[in-house]
Design a binder for this molecule. Structure first.
Ligand SMILES: [Cu+2]
Length: 605
C-alpha cells in the first residue's frame, strides 16, 4: 500500500488542531493537572492526533469546576495517565533518535538499539525523575530509583508495540518512510506511538493498581504544596516475585518485538541503502534482500520528472547532425520525463532527448560519428551501440570498458559506422532497469549506393521498436521477468494500441518493416495479417536471396533485429501485432479490438 500524501497531510492537520486544543485547555483554561502531565498530553496529542485528544477529554479534562478529583479516580483513567506520562517521554526520545540515526545512515537494527536507549533515557531522566522529583521523594537520585523499574517495564511494552510497526512500515513497499525529510516518516512514527501506547497500557494499569506508578492527579492553586505531594506519596503493594515475573514478561515481549520483524525484513539496511525506494507490489522482499536489489526494481521517483512530453508527442524522431570537418556530431541527453503511452495513461520514463524511444540516428555507411551523451538522470549511465564493430573503449558497458557517466557529467563516443543495416543503441549501465525505463533508440545505417541490394527494394520504411512497461498507481517500475516485475503495458515506438502509428499503403506497394527487440524480457512473435513477408536482413546482416524465408510470424527476441518486406496484396485493415495475446492488451484490457503491441496497416485499392 502506498499512502497518498493528502492522507498524510490530513492527519498532520488533525494532529495540529488536536494539539492546539489540548495545549489551550491545559495552559490557558488551566485544567487542574500536574504540569508534567500537561506537557505529557501535549506531546501525546502531537503524536497521536485525534486519539490523544479523545483520551484527554474522556479521562482528564475536568468536566465541571471542582469535579477533577472525582472524575480522574477510576483505574482505567489512572492507567491512561500513567501511560501518557511514560509514552510522552519515551516517544520523544525514540523519535528524536530515529531521525538522527536515519540521517546518519545507521542500519535499522542499530537504530532500534539507539532508539530504545534514547527513549528509556529521555523518559527516565527527564520525564519521570526530573519532572516528578518532588512527588517521588524530593531528591533527584531518589526519584530516579523510584521510577527506574516502572519506567523500564512501560518502555519495554512501548517498544514491543512501536518497533514492529517501524520495521514493517519503514522497510515495506514505500521506503520513503526511512527518510526523516519525507512526510511518511512522521506518519509512521505517529502510527508507532499509537500502537506502542495501546501495548503499554495494560502494564501501566497494573502498576497504578499496585502503587508502583502515578496516574492522574489534581493540583489546585490554593492547595498547600507539601500536603498535596504527601497525598501522592506511594507505597508499592507488590511482592518481589510478582514484580520479577511481570518484568521478565516485558523483557520477553520487547525482545520478540525487536527480533521477530528481523525474520521478515532486512534490518541490516539503512536509509542510505534504500534511498526512499518505492517497490512494485508483489516483489518478494525477505530478510536478506539487498538494498541494491530494491533500488534496481524501484519506481521512478515522480519528483524527479524534469519534463512532461505532450500527450501526442512521438518518439523515434530523426536526430539532426552537426557536420564538423566531415564528422557527424550528435547530442544525446538522458533525463527523467513524463510520457504518454496512451492518451489517458502517462508513465514516468528515462528518456534520451525527452522522447521514447530515443531519437533515431540515421547515417550512411562509412560516416564518422561523434556522439556526446549527457547524463541528467539520478543515477550513472552509459550507451552501447548494439551490433556495431567499433573500438572497445567506445562499446559502452559500464565498469567493463568505461567508467559510468555520473549524473551531471557527459561522455563522447566516437566511431565509424562501418556496417549497413538496422541497429539500435541502449543504456548499458543496469540495463535491466534503465533500458526497461526507456533508454533505447534506433540506429539505422544506410548502405553506400553502390553496395545496395536492389532485390529487396521497397516503397516504405517502418521501424518497430518494442517495449514492456510496469505502471501501477501512478508509479512506473522497470518491467522485469521476475515476481512483482511483470509488465502490464506494451508499446510499439513508445505507444500502445490504439495510439500506435498506423501504416498506410496502396495495393501492390511494399513496406520494409524493421523489427527491433529493444524490449528487455519477452520474445515477441510478431505477426502480420494478409499474407507472408520475406525476411531480408537479420541483425543487420543481409540474407542471401536463395535463403530468404517467407513467413507470417517472426520471433523477435530482446536485442534481435528482423527486417522483412511485406507486400500489400488486398485492400483493407491488416493487423501487425504480437501473437502472445496478453501483449495486445493494456493492463489486461482490450480496447478497440486489441491493445499494446498492435498497429494497423491500412491498404487502399
Ligand atoms: Cu509479445
Amino acid at each position: 500500500m502506498i499512502i497518498p500524501e493528502w492522507i498524510l497531510f490530513t492527519w498532520f492537520g488533525l494532529a495540529a488542531l488536536s494539539t492546539a486544543y489540548v495545549a489551550w485547555d491545559n495552559f490557558v483554561a488551566k485544567n487542574p493537572e500536574e504540569k508534567v502531565m500537561k506537557w505529557g498530553w501535549v506531546l501525546i496529542t502531537l503524536y497521536m492526533g485525534p486519539i490523544g485528544l479523545t483520551l484527554y477529554v474522556l479521562s482528564d479534562k475536568e468536566p465541571a469546576p471542582g469535579t477533577h478529583e472525582e472524575f480522574v479516580r477510576p483505574l482505567w483513567k489512572q492507567g491512561v495517565g500513567s501511560t501518557v506520562h511514560c509514552i510522552a517521554g519515551d516517544a520523544t526520545g525514540i523519535i528524536t533518535a530515529a531521525a538522527i540515526t536515519a540521517a546518519l545512515g545507521l542500519p535499522m537494527k542499530i537504530d532500534f538499539i539507539v532508539e530504545y536507549i534514547a527513549g528509556f533515557a529521555f523518559g527516565l531522566f527527564i520525564f519521570q525523575a526530573l519532572f516528578m522529583k518532588d512527588m517521588l521523594g524530593g531528591s533527584y537520585p531518589r526519584a530516579l530509583r523510584a521510577s527506574f523499574i516502572p519506567e523500564w517495564l512501560s518502555m519495554n511494552m512501548m517498544a514491543t508495540g512501536m518497533f514492529p510497526v517501524m520495521a514493517f512500515l519503514m522497510m515495506g513497499r514505500d521506503m520513503r518512510a526511512m527518510e526523516p525529510s519525507e512526510p511518511l516518516f512522521w506518519f509512521v512514527m505517529s502510527l508507532g506511538v499509537i500502537v506502542g501506547f495501546a501495548v503499554a497500557y495494560p502494564v501501566n494499569v497494573w502498576m497504578v493498581a499496585k502503587n508502583l506508578k502515578h496516574g492522574l492527579m489534581t493540583v489546585r492553586p490554593a492547595q498547600d504544596s507539601h500536603s498535596s505531594h504527601s497525598r501522592h506519596q506511594m507505597k508499592p503493594d507488590v511482592t518481589r516475585p510478582q514484580l520479577a515475573s511481570v518484568a521478565f514478561l516485558t523483557v520477553l515481549a520487547f525482545l520478540a518485538g525487536m527480533v521477530l520483524p528481523g525474520l521478515k525484513v532486512n534490518l541490516d539496511l539503512s536509509a542510505d541503502d534504500t534511498r526512499g525506494a518505492i517497490m512494485p507490489p508483489g516483489m518478494i522482499m525477505v530478510r536478506d534482500t539487498p538494498g541494491q536489489a530494491m533500488r534496481d526494481m524501484s519506481a521512478i521517483d515522480p519528483d524527479l520528472v524534469s519534463y512532461r512530453a505532450a500527450p501526442d508527442a512521438r518518439g523515434d524522431r530523426t536526430l539532426v547532425a552537426d557536420d564538423v570537418n566531415g564528422v557527424k556530431e550528435y547530442e544525446l541527453e538522458a533525463s527523467v520525463i513524463g510520457w504518454n503511452i496512451l492518451s489517458y495513461e502517462r508513465v514516468n520514463a528515462y528518456a534520451f532527448n525527452r522522447q521514447v524511444p530515443g531519437p533515431r540516428i540515421a547515417v550512411n555507411e562509412g560516416d564518422r560519428l561523434r556522439i556526446r551523451v549527457r547524463n541528467n538522470l539520478p543515477e550513472p549511465t552509459t550507451v552501447h551501440w548494439h551490433g556495431l564493430v567499433l573500438p572497445n573503449a567506445m562499446d559502452g558497458p559500464a565498469e567493463i570498458t568505461q567508467d559510468p557517466i555520473r549524473p551531471g557529467d557527459a561522455f563522447t563516443y566516437e566511431f565509424t559506422a562501418g556496417q549497413p543495416g538496422t541497429f539500435f543503441y541502449h543504456s548499458h549501465d543496469h540495463p535491466d532497469r534503465q533500458q526497461a525505463l526507456g533508454l533505447y533508440g534506433a540506429l539505422i545505417i544506410k548502405p553506400r549506393d553502390d553496395a545496395r541490394d536492389r532485390s529487396y527494394d521497397y516503397d516504405q520504411d517502418v521501424v518497430i521498436q518494442l517495449q514492456e512497461w510496469l505502471e501501477r498507481e501512478g508509479y512506473t517500475y522497470p518491467a522485469m521477468l521476475m515476481e512483482g516485475g511483470l509488465p502490464n503495458f506494451f508499446t510499439i515506438n513508445g505507444k500502445a494500441y490504439p495510439d500506435t502509428e498506423r501504416i498506410t499503403m496502396r495495393v501492390g506497394e511494399r513496406v520494409r518493416v524493421r523489427f527491433i527487440g529493444s524490449n528487455n524480457n519477452f520474445i515477441h512473435p510478431m505477426h502480420i495479417h494478409g499474407g507472408p513477408f520475406e525476411i531480408v536482413e537479420t541483425d543487420g546482416n543481409p540474407v542471401p536471396e536463395g535463403a530468404r524465408l517467407l513467413k507470417d510470424t517472426v520471433n523477435v527476441g530482446p536485442g534481435e533485429r528482423w527486417d522483412v518486406i511485406w507486400t500489400a496484396r488486398r485492400p483493407g485493415k491488416w493487423l501487425l501485432h504480437c501473437h502472445i495475446p496478453h501483449h495486445t492488451t493494456n493492463d489486461n484490457v482490450e480496447e478497440q479490438g486489441a491493445g499494446g503491441l498492435t498497429t494497423l496497416i491500412e491498404v487502399s485499392p
